[in-house]
Design a protein around this ligand. Sequence first.
Ligand SMILES: C[S@@+](CC[C@H](N)C(=O)[O-])C[C@H]1O[C@@H](n2cnc3c(N)ncnc32)[C@H](O)[C@@H]1O
Length: 391
Amino acid sequence: MFKVGDQFQVTIEKMANRGKGLGRVNDQVVFVPYSAPNDVLTVKATKVNKNFIEADIVDIVTPSNLRVAAPCPHFTECGGCHFQHLAYSTQVEIKDQLVKETLQRAIGNISETAFLPPIASPQEWNYRNRIQIHVNKNEYGFVKRNSHTLIPIENCKIAEPALNKALANIKSIPDLLKNEKVELLIDKNLQVHQRDLNSQGQPVLFSQVNRFANKLLVDLVVDKVVAYGPKAKIYDLYSGDGNFLVAISKSLPKTELIGVELNSGLVKLGRAEIAQQKLNACYVHSSVEDYLETVSINPEDTVLLDPPRTGCDAKAMMVLGSRPRNKIIYISCEPTTLARDLRLVKDSAQKWGLSFRLDSVQTLDMFPQTEHIETVVEFSIDKIDTSGTTH
Ligand SMILES: C[S@@+](CC[C@H](N)C(=O)[O-])C[C@H]1O[C@@H](n2cnc3c(N)ncnc32)[C@H](O)[C@@H]1O
């Protein structure tokens, strides 16, 4: 039995969730950050559990042939990126494979034809439109992985060039470095803003971090919804400020769209956009789980789900699985909660004598160089006919 601090050799078999490589020692699973499949490594245990060990690389004995030189001098020290040591095409393949494995494990028997080819981000570097800067005694930068130590950084390889320019000039912005944590962000009109993240009462508003990949994501979702044909209503659950709702409404002006969002700041932004663009849409300020308990969504209506990383509330999944549904699109930024939620819908459908069908799964890389994975899934809930087949 190993203990924290022990060193041993391990070969990485494959990548696992959270961006870590997986190997085995004495039949125990070992997770190693910043490793690559087929690496032979000397590692040091940082956490020892009954079921697995976490370990950091001490020495690369034989490097994987998938390794490339990481361009950022702060890679592995700053916790922001996890995959700079892998070529971008390899990152996309790894994420796609992880989603396949995670969903097959949770749901089982998914037809190979449901898995559509992964979509890469149009930009693998300089794509982030939001960065958080930590400040300590007039020094500023990112914080070191697993600590509060500041790493002075003046250029982040995944941030948009305009943010790097603002970062390099941050000292010239009056009073900004008096705050402990500052966010630099680019808005929809490509203007750079800065805000103090510690001040009270300022809602942290969600926006997609990669506008280049987000354009592909929105187009993909709009194409799917349009292809389903005319519907009475489309429900955009977890609608944020209307990223999907506005684009769908412009493509299907006759269809009524209902956005459901918990954050009042985002509801306000969404409502303003609807009014300004005179869209056939409305917003409900509510949690999705409470909303689904009060409305009855018709089977032929289309439902979009785009929850935060924590996934959907179990109650919401039970309700969605309890009736036949033509099409649900689930946009996920965390495969493990996606798998859990789909399992809940499947179980709920079975309980009600219905069948769950996963129609398509596609990864779309919103977060190059990082472990984070965006997936778009389509599923339906069908009646089971008397002959035992589904339709
Ligand atoms: C991943 S974001 C997606 C937002 C939007 N669809 C977009 O693409 O910009 C998730 C959104 O869900 C909202 N949210 C979180 N929990 C919620 C809940 N229980 N009910 C409704 N909205 C929720 C958050 O405020 C956030 O806007």
